[in-house]
Design a protein around this ligand. Sequence first.
Ligand SMILES: NC(=O)C1=CN([C@@H]2O[C@H](COP(=O)(O)OP(=O)(O)OC[C@H]3O[C@@H](n4cnc5c(N)ncnc54)[C@H](O)[C@@H]3O)[C@@H](O)[C@H]2O)C=CC1
Ligand SMILES: O=C([O-])CC(=O)C(=O)O
Length: 329
Amino acid sequence: MTQAPVNVTVTGAAGQIGYALLFRIASGQLLGQDTPVKLRLLEIPQAVKAAEGTALELEDGAFPLLSGIDIFDDAKQAFAGVNVALLVGARPRTKGMERGDLLEANGGIFKPQGEAINAGAADDVKVLVVGNPANTNALIAQSHAPDVPADRFTAMTRLDHNRAVAQLAKKLGVAVADVKKLTIWGNHSATQYPDIFHAEVGGKNAAEAVGDQSWIADEFIPRVAKRGAEIIEARGASSAASAANAAIDHVYDWVNGTAEGDWVSMGIPSDGSYGVPEGLISSFPVTTKDGKYEIVQGLDIDAFSRERIDASVRELSEERDAVKQLGLV
Ligand SMILES: NC(=O)C1=CN([C@@H]2O[C@H](COP(=O)(O)OP(=O)(O)OC[C@H]3O[C@@H](n4cnc5c(N)ncnc54)[C@H](O)[C@@H]3O)[C@@H](O)[C@H]2O)C=CC1
Ligand SMILES: O=C([O-])CC(=O)C(=O)O
């Protein structure tokens, strides 16, 4: 071990994603094998006992990198001194719902959590919002944390990214590691746009390697965009282990950097790039280095892609208007 423990706060610790996530954080997969972690778990009072049960199991894991676990039902305490905040705790959708339908139920959770982050987080805090609708919940939290740099608030579209990589690799009969530079644009919703026109497979353009526009438009894009619903239909519950895995990937890459010649997708506050209105938390292709991310610039966006990016961004603007109406931003 080479450094002091990093404080990692996980909300919704007793939920299904929490259960899949916490053991991986404790084992060093979130930040790296040199970095000890202190877990700070936030739950609602009724679920604190279940979180305590998970903490007992974490103890039983005897993880060398886990230097402590504290459990809270108060956001201000849970986020005091936090370096990495994983905002998972929120209601999941069930069959027949869109993620945006959760806005009213879940939006209210993120205002006090933003305030608590503002009040007590460490200067280097990094925030990942997983709870749906993730992009707009991140916007809510960010808008209540004026003292924290806005770019520290991110939303998870890495699960969509990973799904798209896996579907493309399967189609082309290649390893997932051969797929590079894939992008999810827009919202973590059914309007998201998984873009393979700049992606590469074994060094070749992925869309050309597929060579079938109708597969891209009619099979690949809807399959990825609606994968969450497919999982709910099959499992009777929304994605959990794959979501936890994506949260690990998102933070690991943000902290440790992306590989040369590749990029990842993150929901981040727009700086106006690619015509996405400034301030909306939208998914972009990003590279990361030294704990900071940068939007990949200069990609050609053709009419097919433009239309899809615009549709998803329009939905984000509508969600922002809706939470303004609710007085949440
Ligand atoms: N961005 C993404 O790619 C994905 C997002 N999700 C979302 O993640 C969220 C969590 O999903 P699950 O773990 O499956 O749900 P779950 O229902 O199993 O767990 C949620 C937990 O959050 C807790 N909670 C509720 N309000 C809270 C608050 N104010 N503070 C702290 N904890 C609170 C609940 O007590 C519960 O233990 C859902 O909104 C789901 O839709 C799920 C999969 C992927
Ligand atoms: O679909 C859902 O409601 C859960 C989720 O966000 C996903 O699996 O992508």
